[in-house]
Design a protein around this ligand. Structure first.
Ligand SMILES: NC(=O)c1ccc[n+]([C@@H]2O[C@H](COP(=O)([O-])OP(=O)(O)OC[C@H]3O[C@@H](n4cnc5c(N)ncnc54)[C@H](OP(=O)(O)O)[C@@H]3O)[C@@H](O)[C@H]2O)c1
Length: 301
């Protein structure tokens, strides 16, 4: 199968490259070939190469900065998606697109399913919701995977932010009134490849799917897990005090949903993809970091 992977330099794109199934021919253009700010470059590339599957991991992802960069964020996350969806449809390709828990307002008292109505709170969330709608309208063979709180070993994400701050601070203040599912990029990549293979083989079912890690936790609980394990494994050498605060005390520019929990029943029922176990992947990542740290600086640990 000929697969076009867009956004291959990002957190999810790199995981997809790492877990690519055998027998797939990947097209991996960089920004010099496909730039979402020049959407005709998307159309030209898709229609020239005619992939059978397009996986879209490219996006404007700076959630807080987006509050001041509405036009730029919307051009990338929505305007470019319209061109992509039309080009994929013209090439008769399947379009697998990533979206986010931030399309919801987080007011429900249960995990969100695919039938629940989006009501984004932030510019980023709104742009992703617009992107979803244009894909649904313009490309019948679409799979939209909403996911949340992605982490891997190397990217600028919550896990690495906690580790970096723990190295220099004795107290960390972490938001406790937002709950969601941390999602390992590696598990998301496996789920995406499984979805891609089955949907192309069976010609669907198309639509929106929720996939995240479990168990659901608050950012505060996630931080405690990261730092407790990191300390146990000697990745960090002091355990900071972790103080729970509210999102309003933290005061970030973009408002985020208090309830980011995504119900993964549909993807499990239709594609056999189970929720990811984030705790075991977190330990794997920290063990790899521990091996690197102890071999260099702390052989006695
Ligand atoms: N990270 C999360 O926690 C999270 C949660 C839920 C959903 N998602 C969604 O998951 C997807 C992947 O996220 P991620 O964490 O992998 O993002 P990421 O690490 O920020 O990567 C974004 C990718 O988009 C590319 N890109 C940005 N602007 C572009 C442009 N103008 N033209 C072409 N490419 C451009 C980047 O390329 P360069 O390297 O050239 O900048 C990079 O490859 C996104 O749709 C995001 O909305 C993410």
């Amino acid at each position: 199968m000929r697969v076009l992977l867009l956004g291959s330099s990002g957190q999810v794109g790199r995981a997809l490259l790492a877990f690519k199934p055998a027998g797939y021919k990947l097209l991996v253009p960089g920004r010099s070939e496909v730039d979402y700010l020049q959407p005709e470059s998307i159309t030209d590339y898709v229609l020239f190469h005619k992939p059978q599957l397009v996986i879209n991991c490219a996006a404007y992802t700076a959630v807080d900065k987006a509050e001041a960069e509405t036009a730029l964020c919307t051009r990338i996350n929505s305007g470019a998606c319209e061109h992509l969806a039309k080009a994929a449809a013209a090439a008769d390709a399947v379009l697998l697109h990533l979206s986010t828990d931030y399309v919801f307002d987080g007011l429900l008292d249960r995990p969100y399913n695919e039938e629940d109505s989006p009501a984004p709170l932030s510019v980023y969330g709104h742009s992703k919701w617009l992107g979803e709608q244009t894909i649904v309208a313009n490309c019948a063979k679409h799979l939209i995977v909403r996911t949340s709180w992605i982490f891997d070993a190397d990217s600028n994400n919550f896990v690495n932010t906690m580790l970096r701050l723990a190295a220099s601070r004795s107290e960390l203040r972490v938001v406790a009134d937002q709950v969601g599912g941390p999602t390992p990029a590696s598990e998301l990549a496996r789920a995406i490849w499984q979805l891609a293979r089955q949907s192309v083989e069976r010609n669907g079912p198309w639509g929106v799917y929720h996939f995240s890690g479990q168990p659901f936790v608050s950012w505060y609980e996630f931080a405690r897990s990261i730092l407790t394990e990191a300390y146990r494994l000697c990745v960090i050498h002091q355990l900071p005090t972790i103080t729970s605060i509210s999102a309003s005390e933290f005061g970030s520019p973009a408002q985020r949903p208090a309830n980011s929990r995504l119900d993964g029943s549909k993807i499990k029922a239709l594609y056999g993809v189970a929720a990811a176990d984030w705790q075991s992947e977190l330990v794997n990542i920290l063990k790899a970091k521990a091996r690197a740290v102890t071999s260099v600086t702390n052989p006695g640990c």
